[in-house]
Every structure is written in structure tokens, then in C-alpha cells.
Design a protein around this ligand. Structure first.
Ligand code: SIN
Length: 313
């Protein structure tokens, strides 16, 4: 019997993606050259680094260190070229014929509004509002302050027709999942991205007795070890949002098996951060092929068929 031709094509907020796998805002998506490399890769979208109003150098080095085989801690501090550059890049990147996702991280509500308006007029297909960057000293996470989150949504929804999503921190209290889901539905947020790296973790080198990154060693943990937390967040929102809002799963996708686990939890697509940082752009091809094998193994003919099909024991 010949093999079925399984595609992992999917969509986020009505925007079609050629495959289930794309990059996450963060690693290797800051400069035009890096974004061009993503354009040439099998990532189904070009997701840009979170932009701020002005260009930023970010936190002092060292700000990235490996944890185990498939993990990282990083305290980058939003190094980026400033939003105007990314608005400009979006036009040039259309030549790759794939979806472009702008990402923004403001230091005030006014800054978020300025950037949302600018990206609404740009060539991006989706706008991801980052309310969860853990690496800025003195700035609390809007994603964890539900009053501020409501104010931000009040100001940024209705500024244009491009779908807007939220990149969320992890929550581990069901009451928080419930509150955020209610806000997402109330304000018509089109998609959510779960989860950002887990902030303010500490790695200690036992031989030097030193921290491994700047900023007192406090850094965002990402990769394989955070996957159970990411899966729980995806699943909680999948159930609470009832399929009305698309979900990007992110946090520990390293192969087709982990992408399949996010699909079972209910993610509409996955973003790959740490595995791309630690490898190269071939990771998108590898993960997508592995996902096709997993779909074949379980007898599914599309991602749509498998989405959310987690079984409880
Ligand atoms: C950073 O640049 O600090 C990482 C961005 C993020 O985690 O949102």
C-alpha cells in the first residue's frame, strides 16, 4: 500500500501556514540577514524579534548559556533594531512568499499603541504582542497583571484589521488561565502564543562557583525542560477557548514527537526557539518530517484531524 501524502498545513487566525512548524520570536530573527535565512528555510513563517520603539543593545554578555542537551538560559534583554526597521523589512520579506509575523514589546501602553498602528500598516500577516519578556530589570510582566493586560487590550484592539495575538508567560494557577481566557475572548484576541521562557531562573556552575549569565545570573529558561509547563498551558487554553482562538505552542519543540505532543494538547502550530538557537535552520525540516511520521503512525491524515486528540487515562 502506497503512503498517503500527509501535509502539515495549518492556519493561525485564518492565516494559512504551509506547515505546522515555524520559528519563535527570539533566536536568530533580529537582523535582515537572519530574517532572510528564515525566508529561505522550511519555517512556515518568518517571525521577527520582538521590537521596541528604539533600537536596543540588550543586556551585557554573557547572556546565553546551554542547560543540558536541549535547553538554554538567556537574559538577552530585547536586543533589536527598533520597530521602524522591522516594519520596513516586512515589505522586503514578502519576496519569500511566506507568512510574516511582527512582534512588539513596549515599555509603556503608548509605545504598544504606536507599534501596533505601524505594524497594522505594514506587510506582516499577524502581530504578536509580547507581554511576557522576563529579562527587563524593573519592569513587571503585563501578562501577569490582569488589570494592565485589560488596559493594553482596550488600547490595542480595533486599531486595524490584521489579527493580533498575545505572547503569554506561563501560568500554573487554573484561576489565571480562566481570567486570561476571559480577557482573550472579551477583546477578540485572534491568537495566543504559549509560552515565553520561564523567567528569573538561576544556573550555577559548580566548578567556578559562578553564575552563567549577566543580570545576577537570573535568566529565562527555555527548551526541553519547560515542555510539560508549555503543554499544560496550551491544553488549558485549548479547553477554555473552545477552538475560537488559535494557539501557537512554544517551549521545548525539538523533534516531530514533541511537535505531535503540542498538537495533541491542541496547538494549531508550533514555534521553535531553543532548537533553532542550538542547531540551524534545518531543524524546521527535521521537525516537520518527524511530525508527518507521527501522524502516519497514529493514522491521522492531517493536523486538523489530530488537533486536541489527547487521551486521558
Ligand atoms: C529577550 O530578548 O530578553 C527575550 C525576549 C523574550 O523572552 O520575550
Amino acid at each position: 500500500m502506497g503512503k498517503k501524502n500527509i501535509s502539515t498545513a495549518t492556519s493561525i487566525a485564518g492565516v494559512e501556514l504551509d506547515s505546522y512548524v515555524c520559528n519563535a520570536s527570539g533566536p536568530k530573527c533580529t537582523t535582515y540577514e537572519e530574517l532572510t535565512e528564515l525566508g529561505r528555510s522550511d519555517s512556515s513563517a518568518i517571525v521577527m524579534k520582538s521590537a521596541t520603539i528604539l533600537p536596543r543593545e540588550g543586556n551585557p554578555e554573557p547572556r546565553l548559556a546551554r542547560v543540558g542537551k536541549h535547553g538554554l538560559v538567556q537574559s538577552m534583554g530585547l536586543p533589536n533594531l527598533g520597530y521602524e526597521k522591522y516594519v520596513g523589512f516586512s515589505k522586503k520579506l514578502t519576496k519569500f512568499g511566506k507568512r510574516i509575523i511582527g512582534s512588539i514589546a513596549g515599555f509603556s501602553f503608548e509605545e504598544y499603541v504606536v507599534m501596533v498602528k505601524a505594524f497594522q500598516k505594514s506587510d506582516v500577516d499577524l502581530i504578536e504582542i509580547n507581554v511576557s519578556c522576563p529579562n527587563i530589570e524593573g519592569k513587571s510582566l503585563i501578562g501577569r497583571d490582569f488589570g494592565q493586560l485589560r488596559d493594553l487590550l482596550t488600547l490595542t484592539s480595533g486599531l486595524g484589521t490584521k489579527p493580533i495575538g498575545l505572547k503569554l508567560p506561563q501560568y500554573d494557577d487554573p484561576a489565571h488561565w480562566f481570567t486570561v481566557a476571559e480577557l482573550v475572548l472579551e477583546y477578540g484576541v485572534s491568537f495566543i502564543t504559549c509560552i515565553n521562557s520561564i523567567g528569573n531562573t538561576l544556573v550555577i556552575d559548580p566548578w567556578t562557583r559562578k553564575t552563567v549569565t549577566s543580570k545576577n545570573g537570573l535568566a529565562g529558561l527555555s527548551g526541553e525542560t519547560i515542555m510539560p509547563i508549555a503543554l499544560a498551558n496550551v491544553r488549558a487554553f485549548y479547553e477554555l477557548l473552545g477552538g475560537k482562538v488559535s494557539i501557537f505552542g512554544v517551549g521545548g519543540v525539538i523533534d516531530g514527537v514533541s511537535a505531535f505532543q503540542f498538537l495533541l494538547a491542541g496547538a494549531d502550530a508550533v514555534q521553535v526557539g531553543t532548537a533553532f538557537e542550538l542547531n540551524d535552520a534545518s531543524c524546521f525540516t527535521y521537525i516537520n518530517k518527524g511530525l508527518i511520521h507521527m501522524l502516519e503512525y497514529h493514522g491521522f491524515s492531517s493536523v486538523e484531524e489530530a488537533k486536541g486528540q489527547l487521551l486521558y487515562i
